[in-house]
Design a protein around this ligand. Structure first.
Ligand SMILES: C[S@@+](CC[C@H](N)C(=O)[O-])C[C@H]1O[C@@H](n2cnc3c(N)ncnc32)[C@H](O)[C@@H]1O
Length: 257
């Protein structure tokens, strides 16, 4: 698994807001779980275009948004000029003064060195500070990725490296505890999600979420390959109402010892 800056820049900030607005919309209950208090200092890790960062600020907290993508941060700054946003890598960031809470929605599964991320979060928190986050969990998008890998195999292609880290609840809890957190809440649940902005179905999903898998392929191969992904994924994921992604989420609240 690899996640680097060029990959981050694939997260086109315009597409993120229009096509993936649901990412932030579905993050609202996580802000409720964080329950930011007026005057608290909160860090939003992997903040994207800052939609949830702004919700946290709206509740009266002083918030800093960090994201690895310069394009995301540019858009966040333009949209929410009153909030501080900076470019930074979650694996390796430091803060001048520790925070009351670190928040993260739909970002930790893009980070392939989880212990480094958790250690950086710990150092960014006051003792007793909370780490509240949601990410893809084990089995997330299993139908989508199985269809993808099968199609690649059928075409005689080398299986692409998938960029995500989808841990089981036990694994992530163990990592949190090993890095000095007490896990107070851990939820692991299915969240079938309409692929409203992927009219081309599973193939569109590959283009949007795993574009690196298409790197280096002959251009005339891409269409039939993605068509095959659709055929393979359709029995599980295509409904009368449209395509559904088989999302599985891991949500937790942990406290720094
Ligand atoms: C699906 S978006 C979620 C954005 C936002 N949290 C939301 O809920 O709308 C994932 C974000 O994680 C960021 N990200 C991925 N890896 C990162 C890393 N190593 N350091 C900082 N940000 C990262 C991406 O740039 C992207 O903006």
């Amino acid at each position: 698994m690899r996640y680097d800056t060029p990959g981050l820049e694939r997260w086109n900030s315009r597409v993120h807001d229009s096509s993936f607005g649901y990412v932030s919309t579905q993050g609202e209950p996580l802000v409720d779980l964080l329950d930011p208090q007026p005057g608290e200092r909160v860090l939003d890790l992997g903040c994207g275009t800052g939609v949830l960062t702004a919700q946290i600020a709206f509740r009266g907290a002083e918030v800093l948004g960090i994201d690895g993508s310069g394009a995301m941060i540019e858009k966040a700054l333009a949209q929410y000029p009153g909030i501080t946003f900076i470019v930074g890598d979650a694996h390796d960031f430091t803060v001048a003064r520790p925070y009351d809470a670190v928040f993260s929605n739909a970002a930790l599964h893009w980070m392939n060195r989880p212990d480094a991320v958790i250690a950086s979060v710990r150092e960014a928190l006051l003792p007793g500070g909370r780490f509240v986050a949601e990410m893809g969990g084990a089995g997330n998008c299993a139908e989508l990725t199985t269809a993808m890998l099968t199609a690649w195999r059928e075409y005689g292609l080398r299986e692409p490296e998938l960029p995500w880290y989808f841990p089981s609840p036990a694994e992530y809890a163990r990592r949190l505890e090993a890095e000095g957190f007490v896990v107070r809440l851990l939820e692991y649940f299915d969240r079938p999600t309409p692929l409203e902005e992927c009219p081309g179905g599973a193939g569109d999903w590959v283009r949007m979420f795993a574009p690196s898998a298409l790197d280096g392929l002959a251009p005339d191969l891409v269409e039939p390959l993605l068509q095959r992904v659709n055929e393979l994924a359709a029995p599980a994921l295509r409904r009368e109402s449209g395509w559904m992604a088989d999302y599985v989420r891991l949500r937790f609240a942990a406290v720094r010892r």
